[in-house]
Structures are given as structure tokens and as C-alpha cells.
Design a protein. Structure first.
Length: 326
């Protein structure tokens, strides 16, 4: 690259917070405002290091298991959803609960329950160990088989090939999921599809924007945490779309000047659980290194919003006290 080569940034739109993440983060903030600290949150409310650290400073306490929450406390369930057994554990511990599960995840839970009631074998496409997969599987464990990518298809067995349906984790790569579905349909020609897409609109839109910029970018920077499924997928999509290089970072401080060697066009996007302040930090870092020209790559308009959990309209401290007195 010569000194006269123009340097530019392609900035993906949409990027960052989706409606489900926005709802979950606001729910924690509102709970702390209304009820005061401590408000316990089971698992990270969303998969983003900065968001979790910020909420901890405000008084949220993050725990891995329901058993860690003191009896008579308030506990919030994360945007990824939980299995019915977790609700039962909370009731046993006399906890007042706030369910911040993303409504699009709840939709998949309801599909799993319905198809299990109709005695279907359910093939859940998703990543083993991901909180969302654990929660969905818990709705009908005896009916659900996890399929973690196309390579898992050969080993899938069902009771009746005429009664089998596929569902998916909401934050997967659209292309890889369709590849898995194609392989499943070859094996089970009567495979039923969910009534509507399980992969959420925000995940799809962010992947579409990265595909549009990928072929033109020498380097793509995805802002997001390593345990964020949709953020990791964006790195994969960028490379698949033709980007020469792609990296996932939580903060601008993690960027490496060596990545800019020979680079004239940098694509920037962020996962669905990433606040815009982190993207601003990356853009400022790039501006300091001569990447001042920013072009927006727009894939879609997003106007979806979700109402806050209904539990925030009640006096949960009083409910928790009443539960302890029973």
C-alpha cells in the first residue's frame, strides 16, 4: 500500500443492540432502580463483557446457578432463556423472578413444547453448551436431539422419520444452518420446518450487512465478546464473504496495528449485545491511524421493540417477603 492509497472504513448498519438485548439490559437497570441492590441475574444477562461489568457496578450480582441466590431474593433470568427446571428451582428457593428471556427465544421454546406434545422428534440445530440451547432443550428433553452443524447429521437417529421437525438456536450463521437443514432433509425427506424463521431478524440483518462489506474489506473488525455466538458468527461470515482478515475484539485496546499492514479498507460491525460506545472506540482508534473516511453499508432498517418484562410492574420485594413467610 502506498502513502496515497485512500484509507476508508465501511461501517455496517444495522449493528449492535437488538431489541431483545436492549429489553434485557433496561430490565436490569429498571429492577435496580425500583427494588435497589441486590438484584441477582442468573448467567450473564447478555454475552458482553462491558455490559456485565457496567451492570455489576450499578449493583447487579451475576451467578451461574439458582442455588447461589439467597432465599427470598429477586433473580432475573437472562435473555438466553432457561429450562422449566430453573423456574422450579427458583420457586423452591422462594425467589421473586423476572424473566428477561428474549421474546424470539421464547417463541422457539413454545415451538419445542408444541411439537413435543404432538410427539415429534425435534432436531435442535445449535451449539452444545450454549445457554440458549440448554434452555430450549429443557422444554422437552426426551424429544430433542442437538445437531451441532452439518457434520452431526450422519449420527442423528429418530423414532419415526415421518414425524420429525427442526428448530434452531436464534443466533446461528444463516448459511451454515441452511446447510445443516439441507443435509437433514436428505436424510429425512419428510422433515418439517418451523412455522417461521428461528434465527432472529437481528442476527440475519447483521450477517447480511457483513456479507455486503466483506468482499470490499481487507480487514473486518467485529466488536463483541468471545462467548457471544452471534458475534463469533460475524467473523466467520466476513471471511466467507471475501474479507482477507477478520478479528473479534471486546475493546479498542485489543486492536493490533499489525493488522493494518497493507490494508486500505476496514469493515467495522458489532454483535447484537454490543453497546455503541465500544464501536465508537474502535472508530476513534482507526481515525488516529488515518482511517477517517467512513461509509455506511446499510442492509436493513430495524424498528422492532419489545415491552419490558411484566414483572417490573409489580412490587417484587413484597412478593419475595410474602414467599418467605409461607
Amino acid at each position: 500500500m502506498t502513502a496515497t492509497t485512500p484509507r476508508r472504513v465501511l461501517l455496517a448498519a444495522p449493528r449492535g443492540y437488538c431489541a431483545g438485548v436492549d429489553r434485557a439490559v433496561i430490565a436490569v437497570e429498571k429492577a435496580l432502580e425500583q427494588y435497589g441492590s441486590p438484584v441477582y441475574v442468573r448467567h450473564e444477562i447478555v454475552h458482553n463483557k462491558y455490559v456485565v461489568q457496567t451492570l455489576e457496578k450499578k449493583g447487579a450480582i451475576f451467578v451461574e446457578e439458582t442455588a447461589e441466590v439467597p432465599e427470598g431474593s429477586i433473580v432475573m433470568f437472562s435473555a438466553h432463556g432457561v429450562a422449566p427446571t430453573v423456574h422450579a428451582e427458583a420457586a423452591e428457593r422462594k425467589l421473586a423472578t423476572i424473566d428477561a428471556t428474549c421474546p424470539l427465544v421464547t417463541k422457539v421454546h413454545k415451538e419445542a413444547v408444541r411439537f413435543a406434545q404432538e410427539d415429534f422428534d425435534i432436531l435442535l440445530i445449535g451449539h452444545e453448551g450454549h445457554e440458549e440451547v440448554i434452555g430450549t432443550s429443557g422444554e422437552a428433553p426426551e424429544h430433542i436431539t442437538l445437531v451441532d452443524g452439518p457434520e452431526d447429521v450422519d449420527g442423528v437417529e429418530v423414532r419415526d422419520p415421518s414425524k420429525v421437525v427442526w428448530l434452531s438456536q436464534t443466533t446461528l450463521s444463516v448459511d451454515e444452518t441452511m446447510e445443516t437443514v439441507g443435509a437433514l432433509k436428505k436424510k429425512f425427506p419428510l422433515l418439517v420446518s418451523p412455522p417461521s424463521d428461528d434465527i432472529c431478524y437481528a442476527t440475519q440483518n447483521r450477517q447480511t450487512a457483513v456479507k455486503q462489506m466483506g468482499a470490499d474489506a481487507d480487514l473486518v473488525i467485529v466488536v463483541g465478546s468471545k462467548n457471544s455466538s452471534n458475534s463469533v458468527r460475524l467473523v466467520e461470515v466476513a471471511l466467507g464473504a471475501g474479507a482477507n482478515d477478520a478479528h473479534l475484539v471486546d475493546f479498542a485496546e485489543e486492536l493490533d496495528e499489525a493488522w493494518l499492514d497493507g490494508v486500505s479498507t476496514v469493515g467495522v460491525t458489532s454483535g447484537a449485545s454490543v453497546p455503541e460506545v465500544l464501536v465508537d472506540g474502535v472508530l476513534a482508534w482507526l481515525t488516529e491511524r488515518g482511517f477517517e473516511d467512513v461509509e455506511i453499508v446499510k442492509a436493513a432498517e430495524e424498528s422492532i421493540t419489545f415491552s419490558l418484562p411484566k414483572e417490573l410492574r409489580r412490587d417484587l420485594r413484597a412478593e419475595a417477603t410474602a414467599l418467605m413467610e409461607k
